[in-house]
Design a protein around this ligand. Structure first.
Ligand code: NI
Length: 191
């Protein structure tokens, strides 16, 4: 099932998400729906707050990039209760987009290497280090479960330049081609 994606300005995107445990109901179904939603919207990462759930869950499918980036080969993973325990390496600029912020792509500066601990969809614990493109994608998705969005990481000037576009997204004045939950869209009175 394709789920609606929370748009910029939605309060769930700003919550620090909570850990879940193995009793979380219908987790397999949720993960399946999130992959389906992400693929439908042509995303490579999706975090639970983007489907209006403030829980520490995100998933990544980098395989569309496998021809260009070797480490993207077979990289399709689920991250539960993730904690980035260390970020290091050279600060790198890379262009990012976000399914919650359609139509905006900006260069974001982030450290090049990360050390992350998390559980996968089978509740197997992982302790891993990543660099390059994968470290970039993980940091973007990890920000989502911390209530952070990529415009927060831009310079004041860039933020000012995209302010109008961000407002348009919040008010539902965009059509990304997938269903969104717009925080400022006026509710229709009759259903
Ligand atoms: Ni995003």
């Amino acid at each position: 099932m394709i789920l609606p994606v929370t748009a910029y300005g939605h309060p769930t995107l700003r919550k620090k998400a909570e850990d879940i445990d193995q009793n979380y109901e219908n987790l397999d179904q949720l993960i399946g729906n999130m992959f389906e939603t992400m693929h439908y919207a042509n995303g490579i990462g999706l975090a639970a707050p983007q489907v209006n759930l403030p829980i520490r869950l995100f998933l990544i499918d980098a395989t569309p990039y496998e021809n260009d980036i070797p480490e993207a080969k077979d990289f399709k993973k689920v991250f539960i209760n993730a904690e980035i325990v260390d970020k290091r390496g050279e600060e790198l600029n890379m262009e990012e987009g976000c399914l919650s912020i359609p139509g905006i792509h900006e260069e974001v500066t982030r450290p090049g290497e990360i050390h992350i601990k998390y559980y996968d969809e089978n509740w197997t614990f992982h302790d891993e280090k990543y660099s390059g493109m994968i470290a970039r994608i993980i940091q973007h998705e990890y920000d989502h479960i911390e209530g952070i969005l990529f415009p927060d990481r831009l310079s004041t000037l860039r933020k000012t330049l995209i302010r109008g576009k961000l407002k348009d997204i919040a008010y539902g004045k965009v059509d990304p081609g997938y269903k969104m939950l717009y925080p400022k869209l006026k509710k229709k009175t009759a259903k």
